[in-house]
Ligand binder design. Structure first.
Ligand SMILES: Nc1ncnc2c1ncn2[C@@H]1O[C@H](COP(=O)(O)OP(=O)(O)OP(=O)(O)O)[C@@H](O)[C@H]1O
Ligand SMILES: [Mg+2]
Length: 262
């Protein structure tokens, strides 16, 4: 298995604030990671580095066997699929669903564009179909519900056939059925041998899809625990990450946590 991510002592400092504090992290091909931690823990910052959008202040970030700082990020970024609220906000209101997905391949296919257009459209359609959005092709992105938007964003992130897929809170704003649908789809993606390495950021244990293999818990920029998911998602580790005594339940790969009653 090759290294998808290899972080050594990665820190991000802004003014007097340490957003990430000397993070060591290895993600191998085929692994499915979930990153959990309270608001402000540094999860999005970690994902920004993994997505080659941000340079560490200190330390080394290896991404797809390249090193940030000595590689052209514009060559690296198309190899990484990223879905986040910040990216969704940049989508023009009137852009149609099909276009939102197809345009993710521009800049990858480059100068022989015309030959790729039909192929790109077919791939975009296939992905939208897989994510249950095939009847929305001509709908403006802005008119979609939150759950529909999330699925379009994931299809977009997969469009360029990335080697690494980064999802920053894909469950945010979804209702119960929407969340369960997403968890099921992500669980299927996790089980797909052809799928890229996955890193999912969430606040909620209920959103951890069965089949995810590894977890990292962050608190105030530092790693509380990381490794195989069953070893990391324990009452002790979660209570420490969220700074609150928690009661944890696991059933068939689904997790729930509530405050411990004294
Ligand atoms: N440019 C900056 N200058 C100072 N502080 C910053 C800057 N950018 C981010 N931060 C702070 O860094 C911390 C980590 O932010 P980050 O977005 O990575 O957290 P997060 O774990 O994704 O939080 P959330 O769960 O709320 O999305 C936050 O406290 C944030 O306010
Ligand atoms: Mg965040």
């Amino acid at each position: 298995m090759s290294d998808v991510l290899e972080f050594a002592g990665v820190s991000v400092v802004r003014g007097r604030k340490t957003l990430l504090d000397s993070v060591d992290w290895q993600v191998k091909d085929g692994e499915r990671w979930v990153i959990l931690g309270p608001n402000g823990a540094g999860k999005t910052t970690l994902l920004q580095i993994a997505g080659a959008r941000l340079h560490p202040t200190k330390g080394e970030a290896g991404i797809l066997e390249e090193t940030m700082g000595s590689v052209d990020v514009f060559e690296l970024r198309p190899r990484i699929g990223l879905a986040s609220a910040a990216l969704a906000n940049q989508i023009p209101e009137h852009e149609t669903v099909l276009n939102v997905v197809v345009t993710a391949s521009y800049g990858v296919t480059g100068r022989w564009r015309e030959q790729y257009e039909k192929m790109d459209e077919r791939r975009a359609f296939r992905l939208l179909n897989q994510w249950g959005m095939s009847t929305f092709l001509n709908r403006p992105f802005a008119t979609l519900s939150e759950g529909e938007r999330k699925r379009v964003q994931i299809a977009r992130a997969l469009m360029a056939d990335p080697e690494l897929l980064l999802l920053d809170e894909p469950g945010a704003g979804l209702d119960l059925a929407g969340r369960e649908d997403l968890v099921q789809r992500l669980s299927e993606l996790a089980a797909d041998d052809e799928a890229p390495a996955l890193v999912l950021v969430t606040h909620h244990l209920e959103e951890v899809p069965p089949g995810f293999t590894h977890a990292m818990l962050l608190r105030e920029g530092g790693v509380v625990a990381q490794g195989p998911i069953a070893e990391v998602l324990t009452e002790e580790n979660l209570s420490s990450a969220f700074d609150m005594p928690l009661e944890l339940k696991e059933d068939g790969g689904r997790y729930t946590a509530v405050a411990r009653r004294s």
